[in-house]
Design a protein around this ligand. Sequence first.
Ligand code: COA
Ligand code: AMP
Length: 625
Amino acid sequence: MGDYQATYTRSIEDPEAFWADAATAVLWRRTPTRVLDDSRAPFYRWFPDGELNTCENALDRHVAAGHGDRNALVYDSPVTGSKRTYTYAELLAEVATFAGALSSLGVGKGDRVVIYLPMVPEAVVAMLACARLGAVHSVVFGGFAASELAARVEDARPRVLVTASCGIEVARVVEYKPLVDRALSLSSHQPDHVVVLQRPQAVAAMTAPRDLDWHDLTAAAEPAECVTVSATDPLYILYTSGTTAKPKGVVRDNGGHAVALTWSMANIYDVGPGDVWWTASDVGWVVGHSYIVYAPLLVGATTVLYEGKPVGTPDAGAFWRVISEYAVQAMFTAPTAFRAVKKEDPTGRLLSAYDVSSLRTLFLAGERLDPDTWEWATERLGVPVIDHWWQTETGWPIAANLRGLEPMAIKPGSPTVPVPGYDVRVLDPSGAEVPRGTEGAICIKLPLPPGTLPTLWGDDERFVASYLAAFDGYYLTGDGGYVDEDGYLFVMGRTDDVINVAGHRLSTGSMEAVIAGHPAVAECAVIGVHDELKGQVPRGLVVLKAGVDVDPDSLRAELVQRVRDEIGAVASFRQVDVVAGLPKTRSGKILRRSLRAIADGVDEPVPSTIEDPAVLDALRPVLQT
Ligand code: COA
Ligand code: AMP
């Protein structure tokens, strides 16, 4: 048996011993004597009597060990023309000071802080400062509109909101502060203070005494020490799209998170102290939380924070420049980013201008990695291109080719094998396991490993209903797929109404809710359809109220703008058609799956429960354009 098989088997057969060993890599303030508390199953808790501080593990620990001069964070921002490197000692000083600033505003253990910032070092500083105080951060992606921010403020009820005057999208300045002001005007909950990082590209209007300038506040602050928290105390809440309009607040604890992420860096990514690691994503997504901020710092590596795009800042050679400039050893991004590069520079001509020989591995996740993109990246870079699969809820990979444990043969289209700790099973609708090669619902037998969500913020019931109710004793991932004869997992796509647009997870249900709010719309459906660059894009179909007489072009423009205003530019909602009717089952459920199949040109049987097949047939010409 190779290292993988033995390790995997041990993790499933004796999880307590397995995770107790992994936990020795973390600095505890009180070493856990218990590993798994299953007394309230299906609510499992890892390391229930352990105590630690996540920021201490990410920063203080390395400085105390004499590595204060090692680079912790490299900030590279082609959109502002700035670069800056922080050593571990420098980053610690910034974080301790901002923690002191938050503390002076009354933020303490358990308080929430919403962070709505672009890809600037202050985003990392603010997250770690919360961790230092035992406060719970909730980072909101900058591409979301005011009402999405409001929904998160309403649910998380933060004491403080941290933002910046603006973000920069290639050459477009996106003012954040007016969005924050609008979000707070929509929310019944009001934070005591809004801390604003003024950037030179836009100056935010401030409302005294609520709004405070980041620099004034930190100039007057005393550094704060790390606060001891329980392993099971929340570190952060990250909202993600579910099937309904209301986002789900995924909770992450402190202890299991530190243990699992530390284990993943060595065993999955093969990255350790002093290595240079770059995740090109955004701190607003789980990939950014885990692999821009926490994991690389927990293991003492150098993390690159890139405020730019794969193309357009200034060209499709941007990734190669960053790799060569900082001698990046391992990189992680979403396949869509590579598709964008490939589209602009199909032959990889720009690569020849840079020395990318430092790169050992490219990791891709966030959406299905199509074999074409895999092949293109592999051929251009000449290093292993590793697909791996996970989700906001799990916080770290469920399936991967474990480069640090036992590198395996790559099968394009597959994220390889289940990661130790995850008992992955593929089930049929009755809950029985399907034979190898047969598609079904990908589930994980409980308990989930450390680092995964213990519940949803303030909503245990929704946690059970969303993830645990479908199959007793299993966590439902929401993805469908199969395991092949060699034990390789293939993830084929979501089985619910979640779509993945340029690696961004979005809910078609929330777009439908926005469209249905238009006075002319009687009913609507939004489906995710295949897109060459973004993987999927949303597409809308609307039925007008009887007697409504509107110009279809202006209605289309209004609906597109409505989704942009209510959900955000990130939804990439551009295509919507006015149709006579929507296909439904006899019980009135819209047949979205059939609509999607027609739009994508996939041959799929029409369900026998369809009420009127003629309605679906009438839509074929519309959907096939
Ligand atoms: N703040 C404000 N607006 C944002 C934003 C942010 N942080 N991020 C994206 N947007 C806007 C974009 O400017 C764009 O606006 P537009 O409709 O006016 O052009 C819109 O949201 C859609 O963005 P996106 O889907 O990212 O498309 P794009 O055409 O700007 O870029 C890629 C396409 C592939 C280059 C880009 O998606 C990318 O780099 N993806 C990397 C993958 C990634 O980060 N995945 C996250 C999970 S790993
Ligand atoms: P998010 O929670 O935003 O990380 O999105 C998670 C979802 O993205 C998963 O449930 C999958 O549908 C999809 N996904 C992520 N990584 C992969 C992958 N490697 N292959 C296929 N789908 C993926």
